[in-house]
Design a protein around this ligand. Structure first.
Ligand code: NI
Length: 194
């Protein structure tokens, strides 16, 4: 991570000092890309990346300051904890990169029917990660987000400009998805005793 020469700086580093109390310090490191430096990226791409990143940061900030045991406790939405929602967003960032690569190659991403549908897929993934500690899930979330942004920074510009399937899938899996669960977290958070 430290020997990549170019920085794709999306702004100031977000510190979450309150979480240090719980042994969990979240630090969003600047995103590195193996692609071109930021000044050579067209606005279209950059605006999209900023939207993706800004809305993701809002989702992370929704859990900021809460103790780890509260974030990990089931019941934020149904059985899911706030941690589970963070993990769920990471799942879909990973799915997004996989699908967008295929779309970029002119192929069709496989359908979720093979898992029994989207809900069954989400449930399956949740069972895979739900027992992981919060710090693990947070790290995974940061890594999946960085991989997504790195990927987007290196995609041919014409995919953003002309490929509507690409844009559509990106929106569904990322910046159209985060706010739904940010709202869940904030609504749950409002019910917590202060
Ligand atoms: Ni979702």
């Amino acid at each position: 991570m430290s020997n990549t020469p170019k920085h794709f700086d999306l702004g100031s580093t977000l510190e979450m000092p309150e979480l240090k109390d719980t042994g969990l310090a979240i630090r969003l490191v600047p995103v590195r890309t193996t692609s071109r430096p930021v000044q050579h990226l067209k606005m279209n791409r950059q605006q999209l990346i900023e939207r993706v990143d800004g809305r993701w940061r809002s989702s992370v900030q929704a859990v900021q300051g809460l103790p780890a045991d509260v974030v990990s406790k089931p019941g934020a939405v149904g059985q899911w904890s706030a941690k589970d929602l963070v993990g769920h967003l990471a799942v879909w960032e990973e799915e997004s990169v996989t699908a967008l690569r295929l779309i970029g190659e002119g192929r069709r991403p496989p359908r979720y029917a093979r898992f029994g549908g989207i809900d069954a897929f989400n449930d399956m993934k949740w069972r895979e990660f739900r027992d992981r500690p919060l710090a693990d899930v947070v790290r995974w979330s940061q890594e999946s987000h960085r991989r997504l942004l790195d990927y987007l920074a290196g995609v041919p510009e014409e995919l953003f400009a002309t490929e509507t399937r690409f844009r559509h899938r990106l929106r569904l899996d990322t910046y159209g998805h985060y706010p739904e669960h940010t709202a869940h977290i904030l609504a749950w958070r409002a019910t917590l005793p202060v």
